[in-house]
Ligand binder design. Structure first.
Ligand code: GSH
Length: 214
């Protein structure tokens, strides 16, 4: 049985936004059975020698699929999609497009959003220039995405794919300040189209029921 290491308890700010949700969502889309191993972040359950054996950066998510151990949410989602033969086209060209947009979600889009979030957690506001740089970077990328979605329903192919799951999660979890995304109606409509999927709705409801804030 596939094991997923996810959060059982996490700080209130992160609850509902953690990256194990990407894997939980993929498992729900694919209807794959799994056993959840819940870890308590405030109790430092990610910082044990045993957990470091499966998660080199002491992070969640990780899967252990009968000895196939993977960390990195995007790698896990791609592995599950390929294993199930869904959320990814069968042909190499379609697969390359999905892979391309998985990388884009994890680098071109998540990076500026995370950088701004970390800045806002840590900066004392004495110099406005670093924040303005990060805000401009986010707007640059959102403008690029807005243009991309002008005539597309999904990011990589005609159908919802693993890339959409990752991109929609990044746009959901990485945007705390909604004014950042408000000028981009195409991006909002895309994100909301993905998050309206019944599999996401079931995933987030079950997560909120189960995961404690600590
Ligand atoms: N690149 C990794 C990042 C994983 C990550 O940042 N996980 C966070 C939760 S969303 C975590 O485990 N943080 C705990 C920590 O770093 O102490 C992925 O996409 O899986």
């Amino acid at each position: 049985m596939l094991k997923l290491y996810g959060f059982s308890k996490v700080n209130a700010g992160a609850r509902g936004h953690t990256r194990d949700l990407r894997v939980l969502w993929a498992l729900e889309e694919l209807q794959l059975p799994f056993e959840l191993i819940g870890l308590d972040h405030p109790a430092h359950e990610l910082n044990s020698d045993a957990y470091r054996q499966v998660s080199p950066f002491e992070q969640i998510p990780v899967i252990d699929d009968d000895g196939v151990v993977l960390s990195e949410s995007a790698a896990i989602v791609m592995y599950l999609a390929k294993k199930a033969g869904r959320l990814i086209p069968a042909d190499p060209v379609g697969q390359a497009q999905v892979l391309r947009w998985c990388f884009a979600a994890m680098s071109s889009i998540e990076l500026p959003l995370m950088a701004l979030m970390v800045h806002d957690w840590t900066a004392n506001g004495s110099d406005p220039k670093p924040r303005q740089f990060l805000v401009d970077w986010v707007h640059l990328r959102m403008g690029h995405l807005e243009r991309w979605f002008a005539d597309r329903e999904y990011v990589a192919t005609d159908d919802f794919s693993a890339a959409d799951l990752l991109m929609a999660h990044v746009l959901h979890s990485g945007v705390k300040d909604t004014s950042l995304i408000a000028p981009y109606p195409g991006v909002i409509a895309y994100r909301d189209r993905c998050l309206a999927r019944p599999a996401w709705q079931r995933t987030i409801a079950a997560y909120c029921e189960r995961v404690e804030a600590g």
